[in-house]
Design a binder for this molecule. Structure first.
Ligand SMILES: Cc1cc2nc3c(=O)[nH]c(=O)nc-3n(C[C@H](O)[C@H](O)[C@H](O)COP(=O)(O)OP(=O)(O)OC[C@H]3O[C@@H](n4cnc5c(N)ncnc54)[C@H](O)[C@@H]3O)c2cc1C
Length: 734
């Protein structure tokens, strides 16, 4: 959709001040400047106006962006809209944070969205007498490129100026995009950036370069690879077998790529082979919790049996070095005589880049790789705000999500299970059927005690997921709205482990929930059902965000200016938080639940996350990492989203000055102290309201006797310190 000029709301899509119209003054969005330009060209006089619209939303997100709208007034002779664009670019020189340029003219509707280089990368201009850059320079060589439409490949050629990922050591180059962030050593020292696998923490400028479309997003790399190999994929005949590569989609039902692979195999009369690659380096680099690895391996045992019942063999292999995964898959495919590989898309950076490389590698070897959307109900990139960008605020995104699904009900159609292989497969591929499921890598192996406990808590596999879903839909979903915020009451579904491992698809879950609602609407009827569906939608939302702002997957906050907060890195406090010894019973209960179950109630995740960064002023990324290392449902996008919300650094976050008071949270969400007594048993004898604060409310003797610690920080003072640190960090402009 072409944005109107002047737009009725901030076109950045990230600004929440979208209700009123643009104003000249105030803290919302305002038109700051208007510039005109005339020129005499071969065909007559042309006039362009470039209005720099500065959007500033201090209230909710603190987000700032600048956009230039170029409007052609006298365009009747203007044959080339590009001319106006370049003209406007020249006018806008010096605007380093320019994000999008919208071009309007008679010849150009709807408006084209161009991204232009920041001023630092414009061709050098002759300085004027007073030292200011001249406005008379030529724009030849200024490269803008059309922002690709969601499902289209980016124009590869124009990406040639794009920089590669930062080198592994800090570069001495003068390119600011290659410089590490000034605080990068803190991040390394505290294990936030794993230097074994990743470069230094990137600069804020580099994060902004992703925002400004100067660096290719990983999804664009994959789309480009898919576009470049499209013809080859369409024309390559099926050879001896088709392979489905299982990743985080460990189920046979409602699995898009598995179904497509099966169809392909069946049409060609060849067997379907299933593959799973166990990658210890990926587990390490992605901080996968041992409990999660154990859950996946147990699921693989079940999957193997289910597939075998369809005469489909499952090959599971450990590949020690993750960079060797693509070549190993190629080897296996040639061993099996397979020509086609199918997989569902994973949206994290490493995975998208790997799949982009693989798609090309396979094509070079005459093989075919198809990577399909499956994990979200609405594929990332489909939903755009009024200005054509990705939403960074949940509520308007959710409204669009609901509308989109209602208009495209096929998104809730379940995919069929794979068909049986030809009977001869058993004999022909006997060695694959015999492949054992490997054990967990040593650094991800559970102790015997933990293994037994987790196995009882989290039965694995898709049948268990379906059982849990049906039970929840029959018995609890109707009351979800009332019960979801009470950690002592199992009013939530506990299905996150299944979503995270792909033993349950979001489609199946939402379709089942919708089926129990008499309106068949996602946003109508029973409140419990509506609310639950909107929670499952959060999962989609965070994946959409990850795809659009990939630097959040590289240890940067969504709001780059929040990278400059000086955290305390007090390791004694961090240990107390991890071990549930902070003296704040609700925080301690939650942290002990996490260690015992590998899962915590959502309300408690928010309380402990807020406590870590706002009471202890610890780097939120340490908490994010610790969660990943312990959660059975650890999912990068949701975890990062939850931490971003709580630490006020993410999309649609708590404003930084809103700081949970752990005592009030405790009183509100665990009024009788039932949850605390369960997880902090040494406080079992404490009566009444004293359970929330034994030392402050007359139960000190009992707490001392039980060995329960005093508060490690005083909330009021900690709050002041945090407000000051956030403000200083945001204002530092680093
Ligand atoms: C700091 C923090 C970290 C988190 N880390 C993770 C994580 O690693 N993995 C994860 O799946 N969820 C995470 N969440 C979201 C949420 O806490 C869990 O999804 C939820 O507690 C799982 O319990 P449930 O299955 O009973 O959820 P229900 O309340 O039954 O919700 C149903 C499903 O909706 C999705 N969902 C619900 N709330 C959210 C949310 N806020 N964000 C994204 N998806 C949601 C989950 O898939 C969940 O299983 C995190 C939240 C916070 C605040």
């Amino acid at each position: 959709m072409a944005p109107k000029f002047p737009p009725s709301r901030c076109p950045c899509g990230q600004c929440r001040a979208n209700k009123g119209s643009w104003k000249r003054t105030g803290s919302g969005c305002d038109v700051r400047d208007t510039m005109t330009s005339t020129t005499i060209g071969r065909l007559g006089v042309r006039l362009a106006i470039a209005a720099i619209l500065t959007c500033r939303c201090t209230k909710q997100t603190g987000h700032r962006c600048k956009q230039v709208f170029a409007v052609s007034l006298l365009s009747s002779f203007t044959k080339s809209p590009m001319f106006l664009l370049l003209r406007a670019c020249r006018l806008s020189q010096g605007i380093a944070s320019l994000s999008t340029l919208h071009l309007h003219s008679h010849y150009c509707r709807p408006a084209l969205n161009f991204t232009i280089m920041p001023a630092s990368r414009y061709p050098k201009r002759k300085p004027s007498a007073n030292g200011a850059p001249s406005t008379n320079g030529t724009l030849n060589g200024t490269k803008g490129f059309i922002k690709p439409e969601p499902d289209q490949p980016p124009p590869e050629k124009k990406r040639k100026t794009v920089l590669a990922e930062p080198p592994s050591e800090p570069s001495l180059s003068s390119d600011p995009l290659r410089e590490p962030h000034p605080f990068h050593q803190d991040a390394e020292k505290h294990g936030i950036v794993l230097r074994k696998y990743y470069p230094h923490e990137m600069s804020t400028a580099r994060a902004r370069a992703y925002n400004n479309n100067e660096l290719p997003r990983p999804i664009e790399l994959l789309k480009a690879a898919q576009a470049d190999t499209a013809e080859h994929r369409a024309n390559t005949p099926v050879a001896g077998a088709v392979v489905h590569w299982f990743k985080m989609d460990l189920r046979t039902t409602d699995n898009t790529a598995l179904f497509c692979a099966s169809q392909k195999a069946q049409a060609a009369g060849v067997p379907l082979i299933a593959l799973y690659i166990l990658s210890p380096q990926d587990f390490e680099a992605h901080l996968t919790a041992p409990v999660r690895v154990d859950f996946m391996l147990r699921t693989l045992e079940i999957l193997k049996k289910d597939l075998a019942a369809l005469d489909i063999p499952l090959w599971v292999e450990t590949v020690k070095k993750r960079k060797e995964i693509p070549s190993r898959i190629v080897e296996l495919m040639s061993e099996w005589g397979a020509s086609h590989l199918f997989a569902n898309m994973e949206y994290e950076v490493d995975e998208l880049r790997r799949d982009a490389k693989m798609a090309r590698l396979l094509a070079k070897r005459g093989l075919v790789m198809d990577v399909l959307h499956d994990t979200c109900i609405v594929p990332p990139g489909r939903l755009t705000s009024g200005s054509g960008g990705q939403y960074a605020v949940y509520t308007p995104w959710f409204r669009t999500w609901v509308r989109h699904v209602h208009e495209n009900l096929d998104l809730l159609e379940l995919v069929e299970s794979p068909t049986k292989n030809p009977e001869s497969t058993r004999q022909k591929l006997a060695h694959i059927f015999e492949c054992p499921i490997p054990s967990a890598p040593e650094n991800k192996t559970l102790s015997k005690e933990d293994r037994e406990r987790f196995r009882a808590l989290w039965p694995a596999g898709e049948h268990e997921a379906m059982k849990r879903l049906s039970k929840f839909a029959d018995q609890a979903i109707g009351k979800y709205q009332q019960n979801r915020n009470t950690p002592s009451n199992p009013g939530t579904s506990s299905l996150s482990v299944h979503f995270a491992s792909g033993t349950l698809s979001a489609r199946t879950a939402v379709r089942t929930a919708r089926g129990r609602n008499n309106t068949k609407k996602l946003d109508g009827g029973n409140e419990g059902i509506q609310t639950w569906i909107s929670e499952v939608a959060w999962r989609d939302f965070y994946k959409h965000v990850l795809v659009q702002w990939p630097y959040i997957c590289m240890n940067k906050p969504f709001k780059p200016e929040y990278a400059n907060i000086e955290w305390s890195y007090n390791m004694e406090h961090f240990d107390a938080w991890k071990e549930g010894r902070t003296g704040f019973p609700i925080v301690d209960a939650a942290m002990r639940q996490l260690r015992f179950m590998g899962w915590v109630h959502n309300r408690c995740r928010m309380i402990v996350a807020s406590f870590l960064c706002k009471d202890l002023l610890l780097d939120w990324r340490m908490g994010e990492k610790y969660f990943m290392e312990h959660l059975v449902d650890g999912d990068f996008a949701s975890n990062n989203g939850g931490w971003g919300f709580s630490a006020s650094v993410g999309v649609d976050p708590q404003p930084y000055f809103r700081i949970f008071n752990p005592l009030l949270q405790s009183e509100k969400f665990d009024p009788d102290g039932e949850y605390i007594r369960k997880w902090v048993p040494e406080l079992k004898e404490v009566k009444g309201k004293a359970i929330h604060d034994p030392y402050g409310r007359g139960a000190a003797a009992l707490a001392i006797k039980a060995g329960y610690p005093k508060h490690i920080v005083e909330h009021k003072g900690a709050r002041e310190r945090t407000l000051a640190a956030y403000k200083k960090g945001i204002d530092s402009g680093l």
